[in-house]
Write a protein that binds this ligand. Structure first.
Ligand SMILES: [Fe+2]
Ligand SMILES: [Fe+2]
Length: 159
């Protein structure tokens, strides 16, 4: 049985994953608007991933006997205007998400809730991959100092 405190914390992460989807989606739109279609496609794919994470939390809550609460999301206002700006911001977002899920994990341990720990395992491992993906993007974009290199990268990220 999921404790009320665990339900509240998992529901908060459900909201944060929905917020992450909105952040990736708006950055994808902003990049598409300035014709970086490849980087935009990458962000759109990540947005789909965030929507899946939100669904995982919703389904877990439902299985545990709770109806997920759909809280209001924040407006997405700080959209960057260069690929490097966008990916640097998204790397920071992934670092934050990792620490949020770690905090949830420690809470589940303190609540003596091994099922929730196991539920969180794959999400924690996926965060390692997501951070690597974004960190590599920042490295590659920092390296690409001319338009020709950026266009090549954009094509690769879109493929
Ligand atoms: Fe996520
Ligand atoms: Fe993510």
């Amino acid at each position: 049985m999921l404790s009320e405190i665990m339900f509240q914390a998992l529901n908060e992460q459900f909201t944060k994953e929905r917020q992450n989807e909105a952040i990736y989606r708006s950055n994808s739109d902003a990049l598409k608007n300035i014709a970086w279609d490849g980087f935009a496609a990458f962000c759109a794919k990540q947005a789909d991933g965030e929507a899946q994470h939100a669904r995982l939390f919703a389904n877990y809550l439902i299985d545990a006997g709770y109806a997920p609460v759909y809280s209001a999301l924040d407006a997405v206002l700080d959209v960057a205007h260069t690929p490097l700006g966008v990916f640097s911001m998204l790397l920071t977002l992934e670092h934050q998400t990792t620490s949020q899920i770690k905090t949830l994990y420690y809470l589940a341990e303190s609540q003596e809730d091994p099922q929730t720990c196991v539920f969180l395992h794959p999400l924690l491992i996926e965060q390692v991959e997501e951070e690597k993906l974004l960190a590599d993007a920042v490295t590659e974009l920092t390296r690409a100092t001319d338009n020709a290199s950026l266009l090549l990268l954009d094509a690769r990220y879109g493929s």
